[in-house]
Design a protein around this ligand. Sequence first.
Ligand SMILES: C[S@@+](CC[C@H](N)C(=O)[O-])C[C@H]1O[C@@H](n2cnc3c(N)ncnc32)[C@H](O)[C@@H]1O
Length: 298
Amino acid sequence: MSDIDDQALSARIAINAPIAACVTQAAGILAEGGVNEPRASARRLVAAACNLSPSAMLARESKAISGEARELLLGYLRRRLSHEPVSKILGQRSFWKSEFLVSQAVLDPRPDTELLIEIAVEKLAHRRHEPLRILDLGTGSGAILCALLQEFPTSTGSGVDISADACAIANENIERHGLAKRAEIICGDWTDLSEDEPWDIIVSNPPYIATGAIAGLSPDVRDWDPRVALDGGNDGLDAYRSLGPLIRARLAENGLALLEIGFDQAESVPEVMAGFGLTVEAVNRDLGGNPRVVVVKK
Ligand SMILES: C[S@@+](CC[C@H](N)C(=O)[O-])C[C@H]1O[C@@H](n2cnc3c(N)ncnc32)[C@H](O)[C@@H]1O
């Protein structure tokens, strides 16, 4: 937590200051508060306070910030100084090709998770217009499910989540993206899923951080993503152990399961899956070069 108090904060953003100067000042304040990527946060927060897109803001950088925008910005900066992520402050986050509502009830969908969508699109290109059935286990904001339903236009899908608040956000995202006729959200533990028909695509980005490692995460994650979205038990593998039998029982014979994993789980998660008689086809790396997605078949 930063020790910049409200008065000092307010004094640093001059009334009627040009927008460009507000960005510079805001970035300096966030840097002093130990916030990650302070300039990027400052740009997004100033743009949002001014009700401009970051690119539209470029053309207006010499204009003075309005009193209303300045007040909004001060509020955003106070929140960012508590390490609340920008997406949670603004209530939305881009994922794949769309914007999604997010709140404190859901994990912020991450760019690395887009690899799940990329792999599904590539591996199932030949089935794109089939009426595929998609299951997203631990759907959170519903971002993965929505992205897949958009990429596979004749598919239907279900997202399961144990958090009622997350389910409410996922339902809103489904409505917003016009997918309500093709998607349903099931609120509950994925092990209680009663649906019997096989699924063509099963995806999951489950909680996979070892309990003991949570305290060492960056505060943006540790303090603002829900614990139930992070905590994978003693060795981080609890969720995979409960997903294995489910995938074994519910994946269609020619179906594909895609599981996100942590950077150090490229051997352990395939071992867990193989232990349930599943075939691990590949472990794909993300743009940062870290193992990120395990591709599983029957
Ligand atoms: C890492 S988050 C992923 C959220 C979203 N799919 C994404 O990638 O942005 C994991 C999600 O799994 C849910 N979850 C954890 N354990 C679960 C369980 N046993 N049954 C159903 N959902 C569960 C959490 O509530 C959380 O929303």
